[in-house]
Design a protein. Structure first.
Length: 184
């Protein structure tokens, strides 16, 4: 007997147009976007469907947008009997996706989950804007080489591997001057 786990995406999965097709095809998905627009008192659905990309990519918008789109897709699948085919024994998420998993597994309500991710995104956006630091994803290097490059580029400032997403994808964090101007 096979077992299925569903893993929901984290920040970085956003793209202009996400959720548009499913919202047009499914009244259940459309209702999720409409509810989110009402709860947040902003046109999140329009941002997801039409952009602009720079605003959608901002942490304070991308986090609720990914949460809402993931929930909308799952609700459309449920309404069409597709989720039953998967019958997941577990739900998980990558970072932000954990909130989607908690909601769809029944641990938190939609409104509570949306408010949490919107607040989380706003706090992270505020923190990023208040600092001279930043984060960037490094692709294709192992942990040792990434740490070595950080040490070379730091030149007395803070620059460290901060998030080990998977082999070959490490997020580094620290002084923007260290990673923007000094990394190859």
């Amino acid at each position: 007997m096979s077992k299925t786990a569903i893993i929901f995406p984290g920040q970085g999965a956003q793209q202009v147009g996400m959720g548009k097709d499913i919202a047009e095809a499914s009244s259940e998905a459309r209702a999720v976007f409409e509810q989110a627009d009402d709860l947040l008192k902003l046109p999140l659905s329009r941002l997801c469907f039409d952009g602009p990309a720079d605003r959608l990519n901002a942490t304070d918008m991308s986090q609720p947008a990914i949460f809402v789109t993931s929930v909308a897709i799952w609700r459309a699948m449920l309404a069409n009997g597709l989720a039953d085919e998967f019958a997941p024994q577990a739900m998980a998420g990558l970072s932000l996706g954990e909130y989607t998993a908690l909601h769809l597994a029944g641990w938190i309500g939609f409104e509570e989950g949306l408010k949490l991710v919107a607040r989380r995104g706003r706090l992270m956006q505020d923190a990023a804007e208040a600092s001279q630091g930043g984060m960037v994803s490094v692709l294709g290097l192992d942990e040792a080489r990434t740490a070595e490059l950080c040490k070379e580029a730091a030149q007395g400032e803070v620059l460290v591997p901060a998030n080990f997403n998977c082999p070959g994808q490490i997020v580094i964090s620290g002084a923007a001057t260290a990673w923007v101007s000094r990394l190859p």
